[in-house]
Design a protein around this ligand. Structure first.
Ligand code: C2E
Ligand code: MG
Ligand code: MG
Length: 393
């Protein structure tokens, strides 16, 4: 498994066409250093994999070293010589895995290990001992977890303060791991979002969330569903088409989908993300700025980007009643959002007191444990039915 290092920088600074040229050149060099009968595949993004059938370990080691050296020569794009390094992970049958899935998984682990060590090359063998960093082993299993549908979606309701009704939810993923139980997203998203795997993951989440959205439409209770995007998703020019296809496939009206982005995601590469966001907004999909207040906020983006909603980060909300500073941030953000004509959501509402204060301040929606924890769809349906019957009695 091979993943180019800092490929994003090439894309960012020289544009997509230059990025494509680099990928083509890498592919052509790879085919020159492999043998007849070896297979080379591009798995997506800047990830390649090479299968070496009937190779001894010495053969394989040779290919690995030839692969690294074939990338030493700079790739010339737009008259600029570019240095393209790769992180390479290697796994051997049968020592590192008895079937294709396991081999790919372990080669992935080795590749992430190489990446973590700042590029170069890693064999799985070295990481197969009990001292393997847990997280690394976990990430290696993620590709298979998607196929086995172990990634599950929980939904957290957002309450409209003016009516007390629930018209929107946020989809939050968990990994239902067969051995380790339910793993929260913070334990794997931060690693995955730096890699090509974030694309299939986001596709998976969007598809499941829209399917559920359709089910709620069919029950006569249309519900907006918010899905979180990673920075890398916003650099992906295919995203708008992917979103449009999934909306169509699941028969969901575009205004029921909300995509949550973070401030830092936009600021890292405004030109490219702005183009992607504009295409998404034009379709009628709503955009929300998540974790507002924690990024390197630039207020120009709030007016320049087609944003519908601002979500105040829970680090300001949860304790706003015992911290004057936090309260000021919350109050000012609500004012800012309202004055810009945007919807404002407070996340991390854990007490009745905070909910009440937010209502006084003119916040539109609240999300937090005080209303409900994130729940699987069936449990949320039961909770909704129960709260509906409570409010009519
Ligand atoms: P986020 O988008 O800011 O989601 C809100 C997080 O706050 C969720 O954590 C939620 O369970 C938690 N939360 C909700 N109410 C309260 C509360 O009252 N008090 C406290 N202390 N926490 C509350 P969770 O589910 O663990 O998700 C963590 C993060 O993982 C999310 O933060 C989001 O950035 C990321 N994430 C989750 N699902 C996805 C996904 O499908 N794709 C991507 N790219 N990221 C995701
Ligand atoms: Mg979110
Ligand atoms: Mg948030």
């Amino acid at each position: 498994m091979l993943d180019l290092d800092r490929f994003k920088e090439i894309n960012d600074t020289l544009g997509h066409a230059a990025g494509d040229d680099v990928l083509r050149e890498v592919a052509s060099r790879l085919s020159k250093v492999t043998r007849k009968g070896d297979s080379i595949a591009r798995l997506g993004g800047d990830e390649f994999s090479i299968l070496l059938p009937n190779a001894s370990e010495t053969d394989a080691a040779m290919v690995v070293s030839r692969v690294s050296s074939c990338l030493e020569e700079p790739i010339v794009v737009q008259d600029l010589p570019l240095r393209v390094d790769a992180s390479i992970g290697f796994a051997a049958f049968p020592r590192d895995g008895g079937d294709a899935d396991l081999l790919i998984q372990h080669a992935d682990v080795a590749m992430y290990a190489a990446k973590a060590a700042n590029g170069g090359f890693a064999m799985y063998e070295r990481f197969a001992d009990p001292h393997t960093p847990d997280r690394l082993a976990l990430i290696g299993e993620l590709r298979g977890a998607l196929e086995r549908e172990e990634i599950v979606l929980y939904y957290q309701p957002q309450m409209t303060l003016s009516t007390g009704g629930i018209m929107a939810v946020e989809a939050l993923i968990r990994w239902q791991h067969p051995q380790r139980g339910l793993i929260p997203p913070d334990e794997f998203i931060p690693f995955v979002q730096e890699t090509g795997l974030i694309k299939p993951l986001t596709h998976y989440v969007l598809d499941r969330a829209l399917r559920q959205c359709r089910a709620w439409m069919d029950q006569g209770r249309p519900m907006k569903v918010a899905v979180n995007l990673a920075m890398r998703n916003l650099l992906d020019a295919d995203l708008p088409v992917d979103v449009a296809d999934l909306l169509k496939l699941n028969g969901v009206s575009t205004d029921l989908l909300v995509l949550e982005i973070t401030e830092s995601a936009v600021i890292s590469d405004p030109l490219r993300t702005e183009a992607v966001l504009a295409r998404i907004a034009k379709m009628g999909v709503r955009l929300s700025v998540d974790d507002f207040g924690t990024g390197y906020s630039s207020l120009t983006y709030l007016t320049r980007l087609p944003i519908d909603e601002i979500k105040i980060d829970r680090s300001f909300v949860t304790n706003m009643n015992s911290s004057a500073d936090k309260e000021v941030v919350v109050r000012s953000t609500i004012d800012l959002a309202r004055n810009l004509g945007k919807q404002v959501v407070a996340e991390g509402v854990e007490t009745a007191g905070v909910l009440q204060r937010l209502e006084e301040l003119g916040c539109h929606l609240v999300q937090g444990y005080y209303v409900s924890r994130p729940l699987p769809a069936e449990e949320l349906d039961a909770w909704l039915a129960e709260s509906a019957s409570l409010s009519t009695t």
